[in-house]
Design a protein around this ligand. Structure first.
Ligand SMILES: [Zn+2]
Length: 307
């Protein structure tokens, strides 16, 4: 028997789900079922001390000893706007990570199954400019990377763009020079907007500053008809950070700042009727955060409606 692959494309037969937040509908558009060794994300984790039966250490959050870190984006449809939050790893791009390089995933077909063409996306929000959040924003046209959503404005913050275009950040060779093929072409095409981290996009959707994981990291908040959802990007990367909210990942630029931002968010939404959409939970499933009497928080996944 061969080992299960560490990264596989979302099976095109997987049903899509839609979650309603008032007048807004949300569809997770997953690219990859990705699995990584816990020490790659949490180098200080004392694995032998973790309870093997703990909820966050079992499927769907952990499989065969690997953390499940699914990847993709979220489609948000309001009465007036069609917004994509984050854009996966992308296809056909050269990356140091062999599981990210030269991918050929049917992600645009999944987007179409969700009912949207690339031309219909009017706004792409990057929670931050990490390699796994910007990939599908560009596509290869001949030998040039061009915007893949031709009618969209692409939103990032000044702190985020300044950091990831600095030489210091681009020298971080482990992620590859993805800024050149996935971010700079947007700026060259005049479709990248540097916005305030608390920008209101429309009546129902706004940005919320959340620096820490990266210098200009933002959350996206949806409010409609008294209901509320928060897209937390990588503030909560894996479920074990609900049980241990102070644990930041090795990919957090400011570990302490990320920890403080995470704990503030979790305190604010715990035990309330607020849906959390973390960027990397299994199948990008949203859920509610509830206080765990044993310490930390738990996650109550919300399945949504089948599309
Ligand atoms: Zn990420």
């Amino acid at each position: 028997m061969t080992a299960a692959p560490r990264a596989r494309t979302r099976d095109t037969g997987t049903p899509l789900r839609q979650i309603r937040v008032g007048a807004v509908t949300i569809t997770p558009v997953v690219q990859l079922h990705y699995r990584v060794h816990p020490l790659r994300f949490f180098p200080d984790l004392d694995i032998p001390t973790i309870d093997e039966d703990a909820w966050y250490w079992r499927p769907p959050y952990r499989e065969d000893g690997f953390l499940v870190i699914d990847m993709g984006g979220f489609l948000i449809r309001t009465p007036t706007r069609t917004v994509l939050v984050d854009a996966g790893v992308g296809n056909g791009k050269k990356r140091p990570n062999p599981l990210f390089t030269d991918r050929d995933d049917d992600w645009f077909a999944t987007l179409r199954r969700a009912g949207v063409t690339p031309e219909e996306i009017d706004t792409v929000v990057f929670s931050h400019l990490h390699v796994d959040h910007v990939g599908f924003a560009t596509r290869l046209d001949g030998s040039a990377w061009v915007p893949a959503f031709p009618n969209a404005r692409h939103l990032t913050t000044a702190a985020e763009l300044a950091y990831w275009t600095s030489q210091a950040a681009r020298d971080l060779a482990r992620l590859g020079d993805y800024v050149t093929d996935s971010v700079l072409p947007l700026r060259e095409a005049g479709v990248l907007d540097v916005v305030e981290p608390d920008l209101g996009i429309c009546d129902e959707v706004r940005l919320v500053p959340a620096a820490g994981h990266t210098p200009g990291n933002v959350c996206v908040e949806v409010s409609s008809e008294g209901q509320r959802a928060v897209f937390a990007g990588d503030m909560v990367h894996h479920a074990l950070q609900l049980a241990f909210p102070d644990h930041s990942t090795d990919y957090c630029v400011d570990a302490r700042g990320a920890s403080e931002a995470r704990q503030a968010l979790l305190r604010e939404i715990a035990d309330r009727d607020v849906l959390l959409f973390p960027a990397h939970f299994p199948n990008s499933a949203p859920g509610r955060v509830v206080t765990d009497p044993a310490g930390g928080y738990r996650y109550e996944m919300v399945e949504g409606e089948l599309l």
